[in-house]
Structure formats: C-alpha cells, structure tokens
Design a protein around this ligand. Sequence first.
Ligand code: FES
Length: 210
Amino acid sequence: MACPASQVPSHAMACLVIPSSTAPVARRPSFTTFMSFVYSPFSQSSRARNAWFCAGLASAYPNVHDSSRVSEQRLCRGKYSPACRIFHVPRDDSAKASQVSIDDWRDPEAGDPKDQVMIFQYKGKFFAINHECPHSSYPLSNGSAFDIEDFGVVLSSGISCPQHDWSFDLHTGKSDRGSYKLQVWEVELRPGKFQDEETEIWVRRRQKIG
Ligand code: FES
C-alpha cells in the first residue's frame, strides 16, 4: 500500500532530495509530438474503431448463385440457413461486433441499423456492405445479387434494392442512379486457428485515406 507523505520518516525524505543539476527536467512536448498525438491514425480510439472482427467460418455461408433474396434460406453443410449474416458493429469498438437476427434488425436491442453490416457470398466471392440501403434505409437483406454485364461480359457484381429498384455495385458502392453510394466494407479470408484451420471471414469498415 502507498505510504502517505505525512508518514514518511524525515531521513527517508532526505534521500528523496535530488540535486537540481541532476534533477529530471519536465520538458514541454514539441509541437510535432503534440500534433501527432492529436491526429495519429494509430491512436487507441482510431484502432478500436477500425478493428477487424471475425464473422464466422467461410464454409457456413451458402454460396448464392441465383437472383432470389439474399436472405433466402439455402442449403449449406447439410442444413438450410439464410445466405447472409447481419452484424451490429459499434463505431467506438468494432471488435465488439455481434450478430443480429435478420428478423430483428430493427429491434432497438440490435443496435443502430446504420451500424449494421451484411455479409454474404455471391458466386464464390465474399461481400460486406451496409445493411441499410443508402437511398431510403430499406434492408438490403431483401435485395438480390446479380452480375453487372455489358454485352454479355461480366464487369462486376451488384445488388438491387426491391424498395425502389435501385442497384449498387458491390465493389465500389456506386449506384445506378444519382450520387447515392453504398458503403462497402473490407473483407479478408484468413486461415483459422481453431476448428481444423477452416477459413474464417474477417471484416472491418473500409479505411478512409487522407
Ligand atoms: S430504399 Fe433502396 S432503392 Fe429506395
């Protein structure tokens, strides 16, 4: 337990006297040090906000090949499950992401829908996008994935929102109408450490550069 100063014996106090020539001098941080602390992209809050979270095993996601709703149940590993998963990802700490039942996405306990990400696999590629449509907040789990083609050549992948029939590019987030943009998240496939080293899906908000 720390000893209060009033109880420190006087001879001990004497030992604490440091000659002024050798006493450490408190230095004011330089302007550069101060600014790097304020703006550092690696500050703790920034790291927490940008943290990756594990969205489960890749093999647990059905591979969507059709144009029915993304959330439709599909056969995967011998049982039917929705092809997409929704996670609520707190802005102040992404590592605390938690899965939300598709039917309860609007439940206040599921967190702000604006912080929900939808993850799914379309034709062998994994995508993570905002669950809410950027146009009018309709849940994109009701949307359908499709190939963006030009004269039969597949250029990209998209998702269409059934509410007003707008479409968004799953790679760039660009809309086929107006300047609305769907937020696309970063996805990484990583070898798992557990469960027979099965591939895991890791997701985080796309980093803003500059
Ligand atoms: S809400 Fe999605 S297109 Fe309007």
